[in-house]
Ligand binder design. Structure first.
Ligand SMILES: CC(C)(COP(=O)(O)OP(=O)(O)OC[C@H]1O[C@@H](n2cnc3c(N)ncnc32)[C@H](O)[C@@H]1OP(=O)(O)O)[C@@H](O)C(=O)NCCC(=O)NCCS
Length: 199
């Protein structure tokens, strides 16, 4: 027997799970902020996300960082409502491969607001990604990406332009609690009583 999606027990359990996730997220943010990460309490960072040198990183409100890696030997700036997909890699460091001492070279990375970085995409040192841009899965971004562009491939090439930013979407609701909707759903289901058929 499967439990209907509208069943209050199922909705309540889902809500509890999301509350627990929000709680552990707050703990992670507290730890990272104490290491110098610049962000508010209104972002989500997955527990498997790796941030080297958090003091070099600034993340804007409502951004959602999955289990990405931020190798921040130089400054990384991320705007608001931006999503980093699973396995995305922001790399600020390289080496001078022509110098006899193979010296370390670092350059900052800047990512705008309302950007989506797809799964396993890599952003190389010095890159700026404009507001509303999308980086496709597995892309390797070596050059700047204009605002509203969709780029794919290695090296990343523009396949579309003029993407409008999704103004009514809250990336945080993907991971933690969308309080308004969750409570509304719970109240509706309590009112209607439990069901047993899936929707
Ligand atoms: C980039 C993406 C958003 C599609 O954007 P789109 O504007 O709808 O692009 P289309 O699907 O029309 O594809 C346009 C071209 O790019 C190619 N393409 C699309 N995504 C690609 C990718 N990730 N890598 C390489 N090429 C890609 C298509 O094959 C197509 O090529 P063609 O014109 O030669 O046929 C999507 O393909 C993508 O990569 N999504 C990310 C998925 C992800 O990371 N999910 C994580 C889960 S949270």
């Amino acid at each position: 027997m499967s439990i209907a999606r509208s069943n209050p027990i199922r909705i309540g359990a889902g809500l509890l799970l999301r509350i627990a996730r929000a709680f552990f997220n707050a703990y992670r943010l507290w730890r990272l902020r104490s290491q110098g990460l610049q962000c508010g309490w209104n972002i989500y960072i997955d527990r498997r996300c790796k941030i080297g040198c958090p003091a070099n990183v600034k993340i804007g409100a409502f951004s959602n960082i999955a289990d990405a890696e931020l190798y921040a030997l130089d400054r990384i700036t991320i705007g608001e409502r931006t999503i980093l997909g699973k396995g995305a890699f922001l790399c600020t460091a390289s080496h001078d491969v022509y110098a006899p001492d193979f010296r370390l070279l670092t350059k900052p990375i800047s990512i705008g607001s309302d950007v989506w970085i797809g799964t396993r995409a890599t952003v190389l040192p010095g890159v700026t990604i404009g507001d509303g841009a999308v980086v496709g899965a597995m892309a390797v971004v070596a050059n700047d990406v204009p605002a509203g562009a969709v780029v794919v491939g290695n090296p990343a090439r523009v396949v579309r332009t003029g993407r409008a930013c999704p103004v009514e979407f809250d990336p945080l609701s993907l991971a933690t609690v969308d309080w308004r909707n969750s409570i509304k759903r719970l109240m509706t289901s309590l009112h209607q009583g439990p069901g047993t058929e899936p929707e």
